[in-house]
Design a protein around this ligand. Structure first.
Ligand SMILES: Cc1cc2nc3c(=O)[nH]c(=O)nc-3n(C[C@H](O)[C@H](O)[C@H](O)COP(=O)(O)OP(=O)(O)OC[C@H]3O[C@@H](n4cnc5c(N)ncnc54)[C@H](O)[C@@H]3O)c2cc1C
Length: 348
């Protein structure tokens, strides 16, 4: 395949997964990232195969799992650092109805590898308030988000693929796709929630959903599973846990708030009255889309410009698969999945 020159703006999950895909296909890649990341690096990095609210599998789950696990394991080798941490999620049911829903699903073939059959031990689970029993979810994992972001920065710097700077619009010609005097074949904007500052794609409806988490120390919470009900409790080892996350719509301020901390602790109290010490509180902003699907595609008029954004709350699960889709779209002209295509909003 002919080698093309790609410029990718943003080295979060979207930009890095795409850059690895393009490099694998022997393309020339330059990433631009200003080194301030407020989603990929601060995320809890949880990969929960289910959407508990509707007790459905995540979108394109089986395919995404098949791509995601090897992707993170391969990067571990590259970075010489653990990124991938398997974990069992224990859903504490909030109603009889939810429990019945699980019981129905656990009988269906396509759910069997994810949902464990509820047993006596799940019914009698005593490490959290247990009104309606609990269910264990397989194949979940979490990614060390900061290590992912920093590992990628170091890696792309080491192979001379990263410009560590703010993308300078004044030095970009959108018609020829030239940046700082170098002409590129294709430019892909992967700017996360900052997309609205990129004039060419400001019309793409990427929203900002602020999220906060608290990190606590407690000797009373289980360390071998991630409890889940109203919030997630992610064990990080040594009695340290991350509790998350809030959803604060259309707020891109990067400040933590007492009210969000109180809300997370209130959600935790639904699981039990755990003595704890607060160690930290973090804040970030997710790029989200109202219909809960990412936005990917080509600019309707400026045909060298592309977008890969809107990864939302399931970014760590979906990004490796969607980066493959994006590579096929960019290199082979393969049609974009209609559910994520930019065309569903713009430029049909
Ligand atoms: C509190 C919180 C918890 C989360 N937890 C989870 C979770 O448990 N599991 C999960 O899957 N997802 C989670 N997410 C969501 C996940 O973080 C996002 O889906 C994902 O990180 C989005 O990646 P991105 O590359 O699109 O955006 P970003 O990570 O925001 O990356 C965009 C990059 O572009 C760069 N950039 C932007 N504009 C410019 C410019 N003009 N010049 C140069 N560089 C620029 C930025 O510096 C940034 O590095 C969470 C998010 C938050 C906020």
């Amino acid at each position: 395949m002919e080698q093309k020159k790609f410029l990718i703006i943003g080295a979060g999950l979207a930009g890095t997964t795409l850059a690895h895909e393009l490099l694998k296909a022997r393309q020339q890649v330059t990433l631009v990232d200003k080194g301030e990341n407020h989603a990929t690096a601060i995320a809890a990095g949880m990969v929960n195969p289910m959407v508990f609210r509707r007790m459905n599998k995540s979108w394109r789950l089986d395919e995404c799992m098949q791509d995601a696990v090897p992707y993170y394991l391969k990067l571990e080798e590259k970075f010489q650092k653990q990124l991938y941490f398997p974990i069992t999620i224990r859903r504490m049911f909030s109603s009889l109805q939810e429990r019945e829903f699980w019981e129905k699903r656990q009988e269906i073939d396509e759910f069997k590898s994810y949902l464990n059959t509820i047993n006596e031990a799940d019914n009698n689970y005593s490490e959290a308030i247990n009104e309606f029993g609990s269910g264990r979810l397989n194949q979940a994992f979490w990614v060390d988000a900061l290590a992912y972001y920093e590992g990628n920065r170091n890696y792309f710097q080491s192979i001379d693929c990263l410009l560590d700077e703010e993308f300078d619009l004044a030095q970009f010609d959108e018609k020829t796709a030239s940046y700082k005097g170098v002409e590129y074949d294709k430019v892909v904007f992967c700017c996360g929630y900052l997309n609205k500052y990129i004039p060419f794609f400001a019309e793409a409806p990427v929203e900002q959903t602020k999220g906060q988490t608290v990190t606590i120390e407690s000797t009373d919470l289980p360390e071998d599973e991630s409890l889940n009900r109203k919030c997630f409790v992610l064990p990080l080892g040594n009695h340290i846990f991350r509790i998350g996350a809030t959803y604060e719509w259309n707020d891109e301020s990067l400040t933590t708030s007492e009210s969000s901390k109180d809300l997370l602790l209130e959600h935790l109290s639904v699981l039990g009255d755990f003595p704890l010490k607060i160690l930290d509180q973090s804040v970030g902003v997710r790029p989200t889309v109202l219909d809960r699907r990412p936005i990917m595609g080509q600019h309707p008029e400026l045909n060298k410009l592309f977008i890969f954004n809107g990864l939302g709350t399931k970014g760590y699960l979906m990004a490796p698969t969607l980066a493959k889709d994006m590579r096929a779209f960019l290199l082979e002209g393969k049609e974009m999945d209609k559910e994520v295509s930019l065309e569903r909003f713009w430029g049909r």
